[in-house]
Write a protein that binds this ligand. Structure first.
Ligand code: HEM
Length: 480
């Protein structure tokens, strides 16, 4: 290494540690001096444990990279994600959301500019109106019933990995709602090629974010290398880009009977003159944002109720005494108090987006959870540390749906915001709730589950990069 480079690294570390505007913030020295700890944490698969450890040690405000502050205080949600009365907004961090136009094209999730985002969101919101949701419920029920048949049939043969089944059904539903064409995974009992590829390239996102933090040029080179690489990830990514383009082109030639997400995405294209690549970005983002999150919630819920027989019995009792047949189950009739509390608790104990959704503090600086943060600092609420912070939730590692029903529990329920708050909150949260209610009610009504591996503990063993990568969830299924 050249002497100048060594001098630069050392002087940069000294500046970050003693003279940086965040120098007095609590946090470990190894996080403050360079981005290496951040990079290692993002790709290491244990960011949730690492950040929680730091919050346990340093408190609710932690500087964990030279320019990054993570919060585990419930009050930070509103301060960071909801625009201020003054009109000031903490915009999305461009280094996290938009790295390049090849592997991460611009779409609803990655658009930074507030005006462009609001225009696209107001068009897409029509697909999530109350009326649209009512129309979509029939599709959801149809696929959930197909799933119940598949579970019944495959469960008779022996233990099944229920995580796969949840993945198939959530992708099938979103394929139908987005392209008016399902992926057919539940019927075939295997992930469609498109879905399998998406799931296999998912970890690349974490590497991409880490690479960008190392250097934007390095990230650009890495992306190109991966995309043109002769090995499997490269082939998967190329296949995925090709198949996604083909899917949207095929949809353009059809006029479905009812409006799907693409109908609205085409409206955005006409207003904003979007390229074909951006069209692919928009449609893929809807499917990816909606399916992985919902299916991981279903898996987490199954895992935690199986590990908590008292909760499972109480849930069965409520669901089975509320219906005579599974056909009576709708999103309305499944709005049962304990079932709702179980879903809320699953979203708390295993937030589907486990990371820190990063935002930039406006130039003049702002106060977050009572602490003044200098302008241009990257901030966010770390979901895992916040929902497991004993100041927010008593006995935070225990699965206790009752906390959502007891007004005197003393817990700060608003500290769990799995869908986020403000203008960048999840557009699909009502749809997610609809799917979760129907699916959980039906599955609990129709089957008894038992974990094959009694020692399994997703709280310990699941590993996130940016999204979750969780172990198999083998269960024995017995029809009720
Ligand atoms: C349990 C299920 C779900 C959870 C926990 C969840 C969570 C989230 C979170 C945390 C964000 C903000 C991400 C960020 O700022 O980086 C988000 C955004 C988004 N979600 Fe969801 N989501 C779920 C289901 C869905 C569904 C079913 C759809 C629809 C098909 C969907 C579509 C989106 C979209 C398009 C955005 C971007 C919104 C924007 O930037 O305006 N999500 N979701």
């Amino acid at each position: 290494m050249k002497t100048q480079t060594v001098i630069y690294i050392i002087s940069n570390a000294i500046y970050n540690l003693y003279f940086h505007p965040l120098a007095t913030f609590p946090g470990p020295w190894y996080g403050a001096i360079s981005n290496l700890f951040y990079i290692r944490t993002v790709i290491g698969g244990s960011a949730h444990h690492e950040l929680r450890k730091l919050h346990d040690e340093y408190g609710e405000v932690v500087r964990w990279a030279p320019n990054d502050v993570s919060f585990s205080a419930g009050a930070a949600w509103k301060d960071i994600y909801v625009p201020r009365r003054s009109g000031k907004v903490f915009l999305k961090d461009p280094t996290f959301y938009v790295a390049n136009q090849t592997s991460r094209p611009q779409h609803l999730v990655t658009t930074i500019d507030g005006v462009q985002h609001a225009q696209a969101k107001s068009i897409l919101s029509q697909a999530f109106s109350r009326r649209a949701l009512l129309e979509q419920e029939g599709t959801v029920v149809r696929y959930v019933d197909m799933l119940m048949d598949a579970i019944s049939e495959e469960g008779r043969k022996g233990p099944i990995d229920i995580k796969d089944f949840y993945n198939w059904v959530t992708f099938d539903i979103l394929g139908e709602l987005c392209f008016s064409e399902s992926f057919g995974s539940v019927q075939r009992r295997e992930a469609d090629g498109w879905v399998a590829t998406v799931l296999s390239v998912d970890p690349f996102f974490g590497y991409d974010v880490a690479a960008y933090r190392f250097s934007p040029i390095f990230e650009a080179i890495l992306s190109l290398l991966v995309i043109f690489a002769p090995w499997q990830t490269g082939r998967n990514l190329r296949n995925h880009i090709g198949a996604s383009k083909a899917k949207i082109m095929a949809r353009m030639k059809r006029e479905p009977e009812r409006k799907d997400f693409c109908s609205y995405i085409f409206e955005i294209r006409d207003k904003r003159k979007l390229s074909d690549t951006a069209l692919v970005g928009y449609s893929n983002a809807m499917i990816l944002a909606g399916s992985g999150t919902t299916s991981v919630t279903l898996s987490a819920l199954t895992h935690w109720i199986c590990r908590n027989p008292r909760v499972y019995e109480k849930l069965k009792e409520e669901v089975r005494s509320s219906f005579h047949t599974a056909d009576e189950i709708t999103s309305q009739s499944a709005s049962l108090p304990y079932l709702t509390a179980v879903i809320n608790e699953a979203l708390r104990i295993f937030p589907p987006f486990p990371f820190v959704p990063p935002r930039m503090v406006p130039k003049s600086g702002e106060t977050v959870a009572g602490v003044f943060i200098p302008g241009d600092t990257r901030v966010g609420v770390h979901m895992w540390s916040t929902t497991r912070n004993p100041k927010n939730f008593k006995n935070p590692d225990a699965f206790l749906p009752e906390r959502w029903l007891d007004p005197h529990s003393g817990d700060d329920l608003n500290a769990s915001q799995p869908f986020l708050l403000g203008p960048r909150a999840c557009i699909g949260q009502n749809m997610a709730w609809m799917q979760l209610r129907i699916l959980v009610a039906k599955i609990v009504f129709l089957f008894d589950f038992e974990l094959v591996d009694k020692e399994i503990d997703w709280g310990r063993d699941a590993s996130p990069t940016v999204l979750w990568s969780a172990p198999k969830l083998m269960v024995k299924v017995v029809p009720k």
